[in-house]
Design a protein around this ligand. Structure first.
Ligand SMILES: [Fe+2]
Ligand SMILES: [Fe+2]
Length: 252
């Protein structure tokens, strides 16, 4: 997993290196071809090799798929599927936000979206009773989970997640993004602002009424305004919701 994650997050990776690492693993190749041929990508011709997947989808999208494949097993636990779905939706939102901003793709921010709440999975694995109690309390009191965790555990899932990224030898910036996903301020870097906005939009997508006036809308708008989105632009962005959910489910 470490090698695949490294390749998936190396902005300078070559076409041949990417092909080589994926092709070496049969299960991975099969998975890559299944995703690349999913209706979401709507390719007119069948993609039957890793080389053509990269040629058709582009290096960056293949890296995103590889990142998701490398990380999916880390989310296999009791609350894993829900957290994995949230990570996928957050990751896909980062792409839409970057596109709407009209800036070039940002390194690591897709993987940061996938991984940002990995600390919750790790805490559930290591201290299930304590973390479940924190999750229940946060839900009941409608407070950020990280705040409740710090009160009861003396640490939070963002810190634990960032530590895990460092242990997996992921790029330092990726670990920082995961570590700061609950800390926000005026002077945040663009990649962190994008992650905050994607996380907020992913949470909003869970709401039955995600638009203006609905629960969570004001908080989401506040994060989007930090990226200079107007309210109309935020509403416009939200129309991508169906696409985001479809793409997130194409990753399986
Ligand atoms: Fe979080
Ligand atoms: Fe989150």
């Amino acid at each position: 997993m470490a090698e695949l994650l490294g390749i998936a997050n190396d902005p300078t990776v070559s076409f041949s290196k990417l092909t080589q690492v994926i092709s070496r693993d049969q299960a991975l190749t099969l998975r890559m071809l299944t995703v690349a041929n999913s209706p979401y990508y709507g390719c007119s011709r069948r993609i039957d090799s890793v080389r053509s997947a990269i040629a058709v989808l582009g290096t960056r999208q293949v890296q995103n798929i590889a990142s998701a494949m490398a990380l999916a097993p880390a989310f296999e636990s009791q609350h894993g599927p829900r957290l994995w779905q949230h990570g996928l939706t957050t990751a896909v939102w980062t792409k839409h936000i970057v596109r709407a901003l009209g800036v070039p793709p940002l390194d690591y921010v897709f993987t940061a979206g996938l991984l940002h709440d990995i600390g919750v999975v790790l805490l559930l694995g290591n201290a299930p009773e304590a973390e479940n109690a924190c999750m229940d309390q946060a839900e009941k009191e409608q407070r950020p989970l990280a705040d409740v965790e710090r009160e009861h555990l003396g640490t939070d899932h963002a810190y634990i997640g960032a530590r895990a990224c460092s242990n997996w030898k992921l790029p330092e910036r990726l670990a920082e993004l995961v570590g700061d996903h609950h800390v926000s301020g005026e002077h945040d870097a663009l990649d962190l602002k994008v992650l905050h906005a994607a996380n907020a939009l992913a949470k909003l997508c869970d709401s039955p009424n995600p638009g203006p006036g609905g629960p969570g809308w004001e908080a989401t708008l506040e994060v989007l305004e930090r990226l200079d989105f107007s309210e109309e632009e935020a509403v416009e962005l939200l129309t991508a919701r169906g696409d985001v959910v479809a793409e997130a489910s194409s990753f399986g």
